[in-house]
Design a protein around this ligand. Structure first.
Ligand SMILES: [Zn+2]
Length: 211
């Protein structure tokens, strides 16, 4: 009888463990990071010919790497592009929708006068149940970047960008204008690999804190 009871208890423990593992893996959030532009679409071109498409791809890949090395693969992160190719806006949002992503974060850089600086965050300008979560996600990232990297926080803005328009109904989504390639200080900042790492870490921790 004792042996049987032990066996039964072992079985119960096994199923509890299996259930816990299923629960943990089931909870793994799916995040789509969308580095804007690519290929023939250079995006903004700034000081010293620095190109938006290159900066955002570097940041996206670094977010992917830090999730593996620092967060032990806590999130399932997918990029809309992994190299210097142009992906249509439709394919970018379709990826998020087909993966049933929990979050969509599009990465861009700003261009304006040489004196403009700082990071701004865009949310779709509709009245949607995901508007508030999207705003909270954007704020979480913006705060992390502004607090740790001494970037000026230009705040939250609402717009009708395609990638936001077609993701907001499915999950919280935000578009980050990471900084200005036309500002000499920010362009030089983006050129240094250590700074790309710091910026990517702040973006990842902003996402982590939101979730
Ligand atoms: Zn852009």
């Amino acid at each position: 009888m004792k042996v049987n009871l032990k066996k039964k208890l072992k079985n119960v423990n096994f199923w509890i463990l299996a259930f816990k593992l299923c629960f943990v893996f089931g909870q793994k959030k799916i995040i789509v990071i969308d580095p804007g532009h690519g290929g023939i679409d250079l995006g903004a071109i700034g000081i010293g010919n620095i190109q938006e498409k290159d900066i955002v791809l570097k940041v996206a890949k670094e977010v992917l790497r830090l999730n593996k090395t620092l967060l032990n693969d806590r999130f399932s992160i997918y990029l809309t592009r992994y190299n210097d190719t142009l992906i249509s806006l439709n394919n970018r949002v379709n990826l998020a929708r087909s993966l049933k992503a929990d979050l969509f974060v599009s990465l861009h850089c700003n261009a304006s006068s040489t004196t403009s600086r700082g990071m701004e965050v865009y949310i779709h300008n509709s009245n949607n149940p995901n508007t508030e979560p999207s705003t909270n996600l954007g704020l979480s990232i913006l705060n992390e970047v502004a607090k740790n990297l001494n970037f000026e926080a230009r705040g939250i803005k609402y717009s009708n960008f395609y990638v936001l328009r077609y993701t907001i109904a499915h999950c919280p989504s935000t578009l980050l204008e990471l900084g200005f390639v036309t500002n000499v200080h920010e362009a030089h900042y983006f050129l240094k690999p250590m700074n790309i790492k710091a910026l990517s870490l702040a973006v990842l921790i902003g996402i982590y804190n939101y979730l």
